[in-house]
Design a protein around this ligand. Sequence first.
Ligand SMILES: *Cc1c(COP(=O)(O)O)cnc(C)c1O
Length: 387
Amino acid sequence: MDIERLRTDTPGCAKVAHLNNAGAALPPRPVIEAVNEHFALESTIGGYEAAERNEAAVQHFYDAVARLIGAHADEIAYVENATRAWDMAFYSIPFAEGDRILTTTTEYSSSAIAYQQVAAAKGVKVDAIPDEADGTLSLDALEAELVKGDVRLVSLNHIPTHNGLITPAAGVGRLCRQHGVLYLLDACQSVGQLAIDVGEIGCDMLSGTGRKYLRGPRGTGFLYVRRDILRTLVPPFLDLQAATWHVPNSFEMRDDAQRFETWERYVAGQIGLGVAAAYAADLGMTDIETRVIGLAAKLREELAARPGVTVLDKGPRPSGIVTFSVDGHDPAAIQAAARERDINVNVTNPLSHGYDLGAPSAAVRASVHYYNTEEELERLLSVLPER
Ligand SMILES: *Cc1c(COP(=O)(O)O)cnc(C)c1O
């Protein structure tokens, strides 16, 4: 990859060493321009008129996201963020009393809250599948649960928000298919970071966000739902985009993934997210993945060599999310010291991993992207406290 060119294409790189890509990455110039230009057009000719004129760019979103993850355009919905995208899938599943949901020890707190809500309302049970010794989800333990026959849904994240761990998503998919169980994958941290093919993974539903590794605008997200199951899912909310009213007493839902959408939306954001998805696909997701994982491995290696630093990431091949603690130093103070030198890192929130009882209460999270450089990693290392 031509990192210098990619950095020139990213205005933010001139201002900050941005190691908070798991929070919100710096967008590249084509995304910035697409969003700004559409908003400018709305401001000058009117919002409806602008959407009409940019109809091709709006539609391009579906093709671009589908291409990025190996899906069909009619399997993609545009949703305002990944949480709502995930909700639209999750709350459309007709759970019955006694059904079980299987998840992972690293599950995202918003999803865990949704499980608890459905557990309380419908008598569903929720279990976190135990991990192997290296911290990855145990496929053997998953299979042992699936054979019991009461699992309605396997729902988990591909990469958690607070650790570099990568879930063996395709292994989970194979088991779910074997046992005929629905599989919902939260790919918020993996889309734009790892090469993803929904067919290879074998998930039925997948949610993603715009602002993280995809480098799209904030306030954007998407949902993928596999064609074969799409028509069996009734979204929890339907509007005039999702369905047609047959006046006065009936309605008909769309038969593509846009049944999970609402009509009103951040049109500039949808266009920008389409541009971001195409930008990533054109660069090549395999090259992006290799670069991100390589840079993160380098950072971990240097961190681990420093006295008093503990690298917390799990799994045999951790992602671009690097988490660590420094003995005797508050992660928030490290974040603040870095910020003063224009280095952005984040601090993990203990509630973001409530099922992961072994996780430290807080850690520094330095999440790298392909446009980061080794020099930026050195800058971060140079502001860490000496023990
Ligand atoms: C960020 C994140 C989400 C939520 O995405 P939003 O776009 O903020 O709704 C869900 N799961 C994981 C693992 C995340 O990191």
